[in-house]
Design a protein around this ligand. Sequence first.
Ligand code: HEM
Ligand code: HEM
Length: 230
Amino acid sequence: MRGLPSIVQKGALVGQPALRKIRVWDLPVRLFHWALPVLMTVLFLSAYAGQMQVHARMGTVTLVLVLFRLVWGFVGSQTARFSDFVTGIGGIHDYLSGKRPKTTGHNPLGAWMILAMLATLLIQSLSGLFSSDSIAFDGPLAHWIGHTAANLAARVHTNLAYAIDILIAVHVLAVVLHWALRGENLIMPMLSGNKHVPADVGQPAFSNPALALTILVLIALLIAAVALAE
Ligand code: HEM
Ligand code: HEM
């Protein structure tokens, strides 16, 4: 490449920085993510079809996964950590004014959407455990709090389901708009784990997937013990 500017490299256009492929998303984050559309579909269909046993089981699986993701947000791979991608207003402002985000993972704007989705899914699955439909089905912990409170939990649960619909719609629209307006496909990296980034961007650090599995199993055992306790 002697004599040519360094920007004229494979995969790069003149005037644009060279790109290289790095790993950004670990397997636990990707499996967690793609389980969500499947679970949401089953949860909504089962609730409206009155298949409450299926609904409660899949809702409990969602709770376990969300709790896992929250823990992984503190001890997991670099791009999974909240400290890596959650910024204040300043970070969002910099991002919107075109500055390159410090992280190769979620952008500062998407970060708040992700926190909102995780928080809503957590409250939704917890409220489900305490909900009673007043007819034929009680969540496994509804008897802990009594009839009136269980009906209140069901009201929270029913209304929050609409909020989840809206959040999912905004989320998918944001991903599509990001692709259309900024020309960056975020879906492929969430599938493959890899992203093309400017050559000067470093490879993020990854945690051991065995740690993820251990955390997941411990949370599943804990929730099973609580949900099955009489
Ligand atoms: C088929 C529809 C969906 C598509 C195409 C999609 C796409 C994506 C993409 C591309 C990302 C990564 C964004 C980035 O690079 O910063 C992402 C992240 C995320 N999405 Fe989705 N998504 C879908 C459905 C859902 C659903 C149904 C939920 C939850 C109810 C959801 C919750 C999340 C969460 C929590 C993250 C953050 C992942 C993490 O860090 O663990 N997504 N989604
Ligand atoms: C994020 C996870 C969950 C989602 C998205 C979800 C969604 C829904 C939806 C859409 C409904 C129907 C509301 C309506 O009739 O308008 C519903 C009802 C219900 N869900 Fe869930 N659910 C989740 C987790 C759970 C869990 C973990 C349990 C219990 C273990 C549960 C128990 C119930 C009960 C008892 C009802 C009936 C409430 C009523 O009729 O008032 N759900 N859920």
